[in-house]
Design a protein around this ligand. Structure first.
Ligand code: 3H9
Length: 711
């Protein structure tokens, strides 16, 4: 495709129209900025043209720089390109009015392009934003310098630091956009451009606007608040703070110097591990939906009616997902009392959303009306999908699957919400194992955005494809995993928990272990997570799966003791911590109990460094992740990363456990695992795949790439 086609030039009498054609999202790939510059120059040189309109072809305006290009720059394949800023400066300096017409989204470099134009009009449902922070960077084409000139320093800092989408109405109210166009966007934009040309005034350049920055003392105080909020919300992440720094420079420096300062910060961010991790996550979130061998041609089933068995915490949360997506759902419990309790919890959850202003009363009632509580299987013969969410016990699950096999319609998907159990064994309780699949939701199921979709050995492609699409329809990220104890997430999590508890027995305190992981960026420390999920849940899963622990291997001592003491975590007001409501209070009694039990078991107590805590918790997961990859239970290392970020509170700015290991260097990670293997043996046997990658100086990302090439 030639540059000219990427940006098509046409004339509408005295107005030149530049249309960007770079589907799917009109990213600023090589050729697009040049096409815009050439179009503007051509219009400027043509006496018959009085103004220019820049518009996106297809479904959107420009969604930003081409993110794929960043990887080429940081890996040294391509030189950093500073030409884009020069092009935008040329556009801004055009003597004829340039009007940008926005539909869909104007994001990142897209909004920067729009702000370099003299005026912006938008359709009412358009969105704008500077989401660069979500890629670990700052806007690098004038965004941090032009945005505060349009909407003030405080608002610009908040928009850049959060990366949130701004509605067209808010953009209009705050000065980012000049007019909303209700009818045809192009016609409206052309009319607006003509009006501007008719004034005879020189076009308004964003760089020259100096009266909107806001009161200095006020915005400085606001920025302090934004910085504090960033430090709390995204602990350890630099990009939000760097965004605020760059925006703050706008009123302090002449425009061109501001651009230079921005470019410097942009470069520093782009080459940071944080940015590499977040770009990996951006593409990973999209990659996980692509399953080798399953394509658009794979037939899908229509899911118009769902049914759930079990109205407990998980079942109720899953039912809410279906109701939220507008899919009618039957919810079955064994007796009326449990059913009423489950339904009351659902209503309470919705009411809490109403109180927070996230849901209207009317929507609450509509969603409740989509949920049909029942104590029988009546009507289940009409369900397109039946999801089992009963207690994590194989015998019980098999009994339930036997029952639903007898009543479900022939095409129905039979899904189990098991978090650890063998899907093939469950499927064996039916005469249609091809219809059986795991849909492992994460607690609280109405909130957590992940579903591990577990493929059994007989699961049909149609059932997999429908499940992946359904996850999207439920506004979740579905990641396909293979069958095996704990699948991907919980199998790795078990290693993480095991090391956390071993560290306690060897001399670390509960608070130290949790603080190290929390400060590193995890949403919660491992022991606090245990208390949230329920120590009883972990212990029961462990008891149900004792066969995967090799003979003679060390197991954690204290969890079982807490369970025996009835300390199940937050729900009983005590676990590893004591609780006042949800507030965790360190319990010296439990730290003393750990020392006593460990000493009795002959475990030596010592000072443990924070580095050792981090390494043992993290690398034990990475080692298991490498085994999962080699076994094919995880399709790609990026799938593991997305599972951890979406389901386990792993910080996105670390890229997920496998990417974090890549960034440390697999050789270093492997050496440390060998060190712990020398020290402890047992759980630390290095994964052969990790050894192989470390010895060939490769990364998990490269392994993904190689595997995809061979497929
Ligand atoms: C930036 O602009 C820096 C500047 O300051 C300039 C510095 C010099 N590049 O999400 P979807 C792909 S940084 C390359 O499924 P949707 C995406 O991977 C950028 N590719 O669609 C997918 O590919 P595939 C700031 C991109 O409708 C396909 O397009 N901008 C880009 O659900 C469809 O995407 C952003 O961060 C891109 N910029 O959502 C915006 N964007 O089909 C990032 C998308 O092979 N983009 N792709 O998997 C988005 O947020 C969403 O894509 C958007 C559409 C909301 C636009």
């Amino acid at each position: 495709m030639s540059d000219q086609e990427l940006v098509a030039y046409s004339t509408h009498d005295d107005i030149a129209v530049l249309t960007v054609n770079n589907p799917p999202v009109n990213a600023l790939s090589p050729g697009v900025p040049e096409g815009i510059r050439d179009g503007v120059s051509k219009a400027a040189a043509d006496d018959a043209i009085r103004a220019v309109v820049l518009i996106g072809g297809g479904r959107t305006f420009i969604a930003g720089a081409d993110i794929k290009e960043f990887g080429k720059i940081t890996s040294g394949q391509k030189k950093p390109d500073i030409g884009f800023n020069e092009i935008l400066n040329e556009v801004e300096c055009c003597a004829k009015p340039v009007v940008c017409a926005i539909h869909g989204t104007a994001l990142g470099g897209g909004l920067e392009t729009a702000m370099a134009c003299h005026y912006r009009v938008a359709v009412p449902d358009a969105m704008v934003g500077q989401p660069e922070v979500k890629l670990g960077i700052i806007p690098g084409a004038g965004g941090t310098q032009r945005l505060p000139r349009l909407c003030g320093v405080a608002k610009a800092a908040e928009i850049c630091a959060s990366g949130r989408m701004v509605s067209a109405k808010e953009a209009l109210d705050s000065g980012i956009v000049d007019k909303l166009i209700e009818g045809d966007l192009l016609e409206g934009a052309i009319a607006f451009a003509r009006e501007q040309a008719a004034t005879g005034e020189p076009p308004r350049r964003t760089r020259d606007i100096a009266d909107r920055f806001g009161n200095e003392a006020e915005y400085k105080m606001f920025l302090q608040g934004v910085r504090q909020e960033c430090a709390k919300r995204v602990r350890g992440m630099q990009a939000p703070l760097r965004n605020v720094d760059a925006v703050e420079l706008a009123p302090q420096l002449p425009f061109m110097e501001g651009l230079e300062a921005e470019a410097k910060i942009f470069q520093e961010c782009l080459f940071s591990d944080e940015s590499k991790a977040m770009i990996h996550v951006f593409f990973g979130q999209r990659a996980v939906s692509k399953v080798p061998g399953i394509g658009k041609e794979t037939p899908r089933l229509d899911i118009k009616q769902a049914a759930i068995i079990g109205a407990g915490t998980m079942g109720g949360g899953i039912a809410m997902n279906y109701a939220n997506a507008g899919i009618p759902v039957m919810l079955k419990e064994t007796d009326q009392e449990r059913l009423d309790k489950g339904v009351a919890v659902i209503r309470k959850n919705y009411e809490s959303s109403v109180k927070k202003g996230k849901l209207t009363e009317e929507k609450l009632e509509k969603r409740m009306a989509l949920i049909t509580p029942t104590t029988t299987y009546d009507g289940f013969e009409n369900a397109d999908i039946i999801v089992e969410a009963v207690f994590e016990n194989m015998a019980l699950k098999k009994e339930v699957f036997g029952e639903i096999d007898a009543i479900a319609k022939p095409q129905a998907i039979l899904a189990s919400n098991t978090s650890t159990l063998d899907i093939d064994e469950i499927a064996g309780a039916t005469k249609r194992p091809e219809s059986v699949i795991g849909h492992h939701f994460f607690s609280p199921a109405n909130i957590m955005p992940l579903i591990e979709i577990v493929r059994g050995k007989a699961t049909s492609d149609t059932v997999i494809a429908t499940s992946m699409d359904l996850a999207k329809g439920l506004r979740k990220t579905g990641v396909l995993v293979g069958n095996g104890f704990g699948f991907v997430g919980n199998r790795m999590f078990e290693q993480y928990q095991r090391q956390a508890q071993f560290l306690l027995e060897e001399g670390a305190t509960i608070e130290q272990v949790d603080k190290v992981l929390y400060d590193w960026g995890m949403a919660m420390g491992p022991l606090a997570v245990c208390d949230l999920a329920g120590i009883d849940v972990g212990i029961r899963v462990h008891q149900e799966n004792l066969d995967h622990i090799p003979e003679g291997y060390r197991t954690a001592l204290v969890g079982q003791k807490l369970f025996d003491m009835g300390r199940y975590g937050q729900k009983t007001g005590a676990g590893w911590y004591q609780y006042e409501g949800r507030k965790a209070i360190p319990d010296p009694e439990i730290n003393a109990l750990i020392v006593k039990m460990a000493t009795e078991a002959g475990i030596e107590q010592r000072e443990i460094s924070n580095q050792e805590i981090l390494e043992r918790c993290l690398y034990s997961m990475v080692n298991e992740g490498a085994k999962l990859l080699a076994e094919g239970i995880a399709l790609r290392s990026v799938d593991i990363d997305i599972i951890y970020i979406m389901g386990y509170g792993f910080p996105a700015f670390r890229g997920g456990p496998m990417k974090a290991a890549d960034l440390v260097g697999l050789k270093e990670v492997y050496d440390r695992i060998c060190h712990y293997n020398d020290q402890y043996g047992q759980w630390w046997k290095p994964a052969p795949l990790l050894k192989q990658l470390a010895e060939s100086d490769a990364t998990f990302t490269q392994y993904d790439y190689q595997q995809a090439k061979q497929a």
